[in-house]
Write a protein that binds this ligand. Structure first.
Ligand code: ZN
Ligand code: ZN
Length: 84
């Protein structure tokens, strides 16, 4: 069963990520809708997100503050505003 549309996933269209089987077009960032690569994206509450910019924007203060200072700056929008 695909976690997004709750329909059966057949082998030909299956991608596996977060320990679940998704339709390839259903594995999208929950926030921006960008198609994601299995295993190459972030996750929150079982929902897939792209690392940049969405995960950093939504959950950044927890995620990026613990890392290097350089990556903290890099994760910010150059103009200091959050993308729509
Ligand atoms: Zn689906
Ligand atoms: Zn996104």
């Amino acid at each position: 069963m695909c976690p997004r549309c709750n329909k059966r996933v057949y082998f030909a269209e299956k991608v596996t990520s977060l320990g679940k089987d998704w339709h390839r077009p259903c594995l999208r960032c929950e926030r921006c809708g960008k198609t994601l690569t299995p295993g190459g994206h972030a996750e929150h509450d079982g929902q897939p997100y792209c690392h940049k910019p969405c995960y950093g924007i939504l959950f950044g203060p927890r995620g990026v503050n613990t890392g290097a200072v350089g990556s903290y700056i890099y994760d910010r929008d150059p103009e200091g505003k959050v993308q729509p």
